[in-house]
Design a protein around this ligand. Structure first.
Ligand code: SAM
Length: 268
């Protein structure tokens, strides 16, 4: 038997590896993988989730890993011809070039890049058939991804996910399920894409939401002035989208955001 290679995890790369077999099994079971599914995993690490995904009937698995030091742990998995290992940064990865095209994402992702990573995956894969993601994220990130209107956790990516489908927390996961033990709690979130809107690649949508949430305590209209549009014009457009002039960004429903950005598009 070969000795396990030695490895010093880097906190800067979010290297907290899953050791709780039950959580690994339940993550893959929950994804309900069929032989038609092509899976994408970001950050295979030492391969614990990777092996479980490959024990499902999936037709292919793409795993994207940034740290080459993990190669010895993943070598034997590469013998499975349903498996493609890609070295690179998951945030900048050209997902649109992956063949076969992923239908589901199953991953314990690096927590420090949660938001840009999900934007990037959505932007490049939502138009081409991605329908589901189950992701291990920091508990606070899960709260933001699933946040309803009028809560302090509401933020642009959560609104975009709600506009495209649904987001919910499947289960909380304690720090003891990982090695090294992280300082934070975790949660598995499920993101479902039901409506193929091109919002993640829509510059105006992203710009308006970002500006709207730039200073949470401020009223929406005051934040949006930074877009270079006169306040009276913003108030007029808000009124036409049924948004009160006093509104703050977190109070708007998904429908109001969609309406508002559409009417703004006609004027800019
Ligand atoms: N999937 C493994 C598990 O569950 O044990 C490892 C998960 S660990 C939380 C995150 C993994 O993502 C690490 O293997 C780390 O090297 C990798 N990683 C960190 N930043 C990355 C990035 N920008 N792109 C791709 N992988 C990254």
């Amino acid at each position: 038997m070969r000795d396990a290679p030695s490895f010093t995890p880097k906190t800067s790369l979010g290297q907290n590896f899953l050791i709780n077999r039950d959580i690994v099994r339940r993550t893959v079971e929950r994804a309900d993988i069929t032989k038609k599914d092509v899976i994408l995993e970001i950050g295979p690490g030492q391969g614990v989730l990777t092996r479980e995904i490959l024990s499902s009937p999936c037709s292919h698995l793409h795993s994207i890993e940034i740290d080459r030091r993990l190669e010895p742990f993943l070598k034997d998995i590469e013998e499975d011809d349903r498996f493609s290992l890609h070295w690179g940064d998951g945030v900048k990865f050209p997902y649109g070039e992956l063949r076969p095209v992923p239908s589901k994402v199953v991953a314990n992702i690096p927590y420090h890049v949660t938001t840009p990573l999900i934007w990037s995956i959505l932007e490049k894969l939502a138009p081409s058939g991605l329908s589901y993601m189950i992701l291990m994220v920091q508990k606070e990130a899960a709260d933001r991804l699933v946040a309803q209107a009028c809560t302090k956790e509401r933020y642009p990516l959560g609104i975009t996910l709600a506009a495209m489908g649904s987001a919910k927390t499947y289960m909380k996961v304690s720090p003891g399920s990982f090695r090294p033990i992280p300082k934070v709690s975790s949660a598995l979130v499920e993101l479902t894409i039901e409506r193929r809107r091109d919002l993640p690649s829509d510059n105006l949508w992203r710009k308006v939401l970002k500006a709207g949430f730039s200073q949470r305590r401020k009223k929406l209209a005051n934040n949006l002035v930074s877009l270079g549009i006169k306040k009276e014009e913003i108030l007029d457009l808000m009124d036409r989208s049924g948004i009160p002039s006093e509104a703050r960004a977190e109070t708007l429903s998904v429908y109001q955001w969609l309406e508002f950005v559409e009417s703004l598009r006609q004027t800019v």
